[in-house]
Design a protein around this ligand. Structure first.
Ligand code: ADP
Length: 488
């Protein structure tokens, strides 16, 4: 216990900054393992030490296990935090850390392996009688067999890569004529992105919400449910806006899902932070997958529960107790996160790269900004074009939506184009405001996943109406004692 004095960060950008900040709070020294092009970044400037691990291409730096391990070892680190993305869900990396006698801040390699294969995860979940989306998980991967299974399951279906992640290796099949091509292209993507051609098929639920539970296995072996987040606002299967807790999730269903999440993680003897993703359609919920890492959207959980998940991860990896008692955890108010991307809406959302001449984040009560860039830094084409995450907290959901709109309208980003206008359009949309959106939201309302040149006229008025009416306050999942009181 208390062995971690120096922690290496095998990541970059805003999550590297997030981890450095947690270490500063805990009195732990940091070593940033960075690629050559990341020498001019905020994380680089904030870390106590830095080690270059190779050139910009991820295969030669951030995804290269040996280079990360060697650099961390050479710097004398006792532990490695992988952040999210990159090597965070790589069981070989977790194992290599152990072999090199460094603590991997995350679950065991076995847990990563078990949940990293979506098929083995579904089998475990089925064994504890938590519902899974009906489909085909078999070993027979012949195209003719997969086609027959699609016919049996019934359209629409979704073909998925067993080793998939990040919205890749997924293909929705809406008619049999397109089924063959869907299988072939999912297989190609699976092979190149995950080095495994294995596919499975699920019934495609097209009226579902994406609701995920944050769970945490502490060092005593107890698994805590840290409540849920809703991430239904997605473009091409990737989340853009996330909230805690979920809008319109009935309490009995929330309890059932929390129990299921804890059961799954306990069955796997899970340690550390993890997220169990479900689809919710009507009264039914279905396990989709488990992510064995810190999630991009973890701040919304932190805001409603008042805790620090990165600190909890480090304490747990170090064999120490977490700093909360399970019983006292109760969400308060509502938090929303928007992912700010450097993208060009006029060119179909392609990354907008270049120098960030000036950045200004409008701080204020209940506003939090997670970023990896400062004025003068550049958004390069090598990595994910997410510039920052803006997180707001307020007493209830309508107020949090309004605060997010205000906050985004005051963010200043010069040098690249961003998705802020698109986010604003979504935040004003009546379906988002009343909380009934499903994962089809963007596809349904925005052609090509892009904002319209001109917003439909009724969007603003419906949203304004809802925000101002006492009924909207009541529609919040956690009504405030100030319900009905106007703020301004
Ligand atoms: P990844 O690991 O690549 O993120 P997931 O399995 O988590 O892939 O799915 C990503 C998103 O795709 C989900 O949040 C959901 O919107 C959609 N999706 C996945 N499976 C289904 C399904 N069976 N029915 C409807 N939507 C699905």
């Amino acid at each position: 216990m208390g062995k971690i004095r120096k922690l290496a960060i095998a990541n970059r950008g805003e999550v590297a900054v997030r981890i450095i900040r947690a270490c500063q709070d805990m009195g732990i020294e940091t070593v940033l393992l960075h690629s050559d092009v990341d020498a001019e970044t905020l994380a680089y400037r904030l870390a106590d030490e830095r080690m270059a691990i190779g050139p910009a291409p991820v295969g030669e730096s951030y995804l290269n296990i040996a280079r990360n391990i060697d650099a961390a070892k050479a710097a004398g680190a006792d532990a490695i935090h992988p952040g999210f993305g990159f090597l965070s869900e790589n069981d070989d990396f977790a194992e290599a850390c152990e072999k090199a006698r460094m603590i991997f801040v995350g679950p065991s390699p076995e847990s990563i392996r078990l949940f990293g294969d979506k098929i083995s995860a579904k089998k475990l979940v089925e064994s504890v009688r938590v519902p899974i989306v009906p489909g085909y998980n078999g070993d027979d991967q012949n195209e003719s067999r997969l086609l027959a299974e699609i016919e049996r399951i019934g359209l629409p279906c979704i073909v998925k890569a067993a080793g998939g992640g990040g919205g890749r290796g997924l293909r929705v099949v809406r008619d049999m004529a397109g089924a063959k091509e869907a299988i072939e292209s999912a297989r190609r993507e699976a092979k190149s992105a995950f080095n495994s051609e294995k596919l499975f098929v699920e019934k495609y639920l097209d009226r579902a919400k994406h609701i995920e539970f944050q769970i945490f296995g502490d060092s005593s072996g107890r698994v805590h449910s840290l409540f849920e987040r809703e991430c239904s606002v997605q473009r091409r299967h990737q989340k853009i806006i996330e909230e805690a807790t979920a809008a319109r999730l009935p309490e009995p269903l929330r309890e059932k899902m929390a129990k299921a999440a804890v059961l799954i993680a306990s069955e796997a003897k899970y340690r550390g932070a993890g997220t169990i993703e479900f689809l919710v359609q009507g009264e039914d919920f279905y396990f989709m997958e488990m992510n064995t890492r810190l999630q991009v959207e973890h701040p919304v959980t932190e805001e409603v529960l008042g805790l620090d998940l990165v600190k909890a991860q480090i304490l747990t990896a170090d064999g120490s107790a977490v700093l909360w008692a399970g019983e006292e955890l109760k969400p308060r108010g509502h938090a929303i996160e928007c992912r700010i991307y450097a993208e060009d809406p006029d060119r179909g959302g392609v990354p907008s790269t270049g120098m960030l001449h000036y950045l200004s984040w409008p701080h204020g009560p209940g506003r939090r900004f997670e970023f990896g860039f400062e004025s003068g830094d550049a958004v390069t084409p090598y990595y994910d074009p997410m510039i920052a995450k803006v997180i707001v907290w307020d007493e209830n959901r309508p107020r949090a939506i309004r605060k997010m709109r205000e906050t985004l309208s005051e963010c200043v980003i010069f040098g690249v184009k961003t998705n802020i206008p698109f986010l604003q359009t979504i935040l004003r949309h009546s379906e988002f405001v009343d909380g009934t959106m499903t994962t089809q939201f963007i596809e349904k309302h925005f052609k090509n996943g892009m904002p319209p040149r001109e917003s439909p006229e009724d969007i603003e008025t419906v949203a304004e109406m809802l925000l101002k009416s006492p009924a909207a306050e009541e529609a919040s999942s956690h009504p405030s004692p100030w319900a009905g009181v106007r703020e301004r």
